[in-house]
Write a protein that binds this ligand. Structure first.
Ligand code: ADP
Ligand code: MG
Length: 325
């Protein structure tokens, strides 16, 4: 089962450039969380800080009762084994075939025999649908296959935490759907705590248990999926619904004139909260919550049409005062 990661007051800058300030959130054990944010807001820096590749200026990252920002290099090496990371480009060694790339962490971090290594590599390659591609070089295969190879490599040490940096970048919608299903299936099979950095709104709406949004050097919001998908907070609402009207402009924030020009424009209603993606084998997610439960428990009226097909009939749709669809 995965581990909880508690981030408190995390701040990171490079020289005089502040990346983000006072980021506080908890990735619950075994749950899938998504981190959204415009390009350049420091999402990749956040992932690298979580695994100890970058040192924060302030704040703590507590995993298994230990603040990993204060560990010695030797202890950090042990903690890193908890993590499997799929970097943006797969980060494969170009001169190594897929087999050797995927075997690399096992040869580096364990004392397994070559026969044991082979058993693990074969199993992970099968899991991501790469059986038969052992001898291929990264340069000979498609971007989607490179991502799956990167994922197989991230899985060989049976990590308790899986981090994905824009796993869907450069993939078409069909490949993205396959990859999202693979992430949900892996989460169901292993119970690993997952964090996905993505730009894909459909992924953010359907895959995670929790959503966060980095914006303007801060964590604008982090919480259960239903909380963000029903939020009227302007930045959250604009980003999660891919709208042009809102505080986020083409490059940075819109200025006062731009916002004033928009002030009369009526925002379209929030779209319904969709069902969460289920594991493909028909099992339930290890952290599955009843659809609508968060909204009901917090007295929030979800957007009209949310939780359709909720078999329990207890979805927040029935809450008094729900707007007519
Ligand atoms: N190692 C580094 N040294 C200096 N600046 C960096 C380094 N890594 C990232 N940055 C800067 O941090 C900012 C955020 O980068 P990044 O995390 O890659 O953004 P995102 O992944 O959200 O698009 C960028 O301005 C980038 O130039
Ligand atoms: Mg990035």
């Amino acid at each position: 089962m995965g581990v909880e990661i508690a981030v408190d007051g995390l701040t990171k800058s490079f020289g005089s450039q502040l990346i983000w300030d006072d980021v506080t959130l908890t990735l619950p054990a075994g749950e899938i969380s998504v981190m959204l944010g415009p390009s350049g807001t420091g999402k990749s820096v956040f992932l690298k800080t979580l695994v100890g590749l970058l040192q924060p200026d302030r704040g703590s990252i507590v995993i298994d009762g230990r603040d990993i920002t204060r560990l010695r290099e030797a202890d950090l090496y042990e903690v890193r084994k908890l993590f499997g990371v799929l970097f943006q480009d797969g980060a494969l060694f170009g001169s190594m075939n897929l087999y050797d790339n995927i075997a690399f962490p096992l040869r580096e971090h364990t004392r397994k025999s070559e026969a044991e290594v082979e058993a693990v590599v074969s199993q992970k390659m099968d899991l991501v649908g790469l059986t038969g591609a052992e001898d291929k070089l990264p340069g000979e295969i498609s971007g989607g296959m490179r991502k799956r190879a990167g994922l197989a490599r991230a899985l060989v040490l049976d990590p308790q935490v899986l981090l994905f940096d824009e796993p869907d970048s450069g993939l078409d919608p069909v490949r993205t759907a396959y990859l999202n299903q693979l992430i949900v299936d892996l989460n169901a099979q292993t119970g690993a705590t997952c964090l996905i950095v993505t730009h894909d709104i459909n992924t953010a709406r359907t895959v995670p248990d929790n959503i966060g949004l980095l914006y303007h050097k801060h964590l604008a919001m982090f919480g259960p999926r239903e909380m963000l998908l029903s939020s009227e907070e302007p930045v959250v609402r604009q980003f999660l619904n891919a709208q042009r009207v809102g505080p986020i402009g083409m490059s940075e924030e819109k200025d006062a004139d731009e916002l004033a020009a928009e002030s009369g424009q009526e925002l379209p209603p929030l779209p319904p909260i969709p069902p969460q993606l289920e594991p493909s084998d028909g099992s339930t997610r290890p952290t599955q919550r009843e659809p609508g439960a968060w909204c009901r428990d917090n007295g929030v009226t979800p957007p009209p049409g949310s939780f359709r097909g909720d078999a329990t009939g207890s979805g927040a749709l029935s809450t008094a005062g729900a707007a007519p669809a």
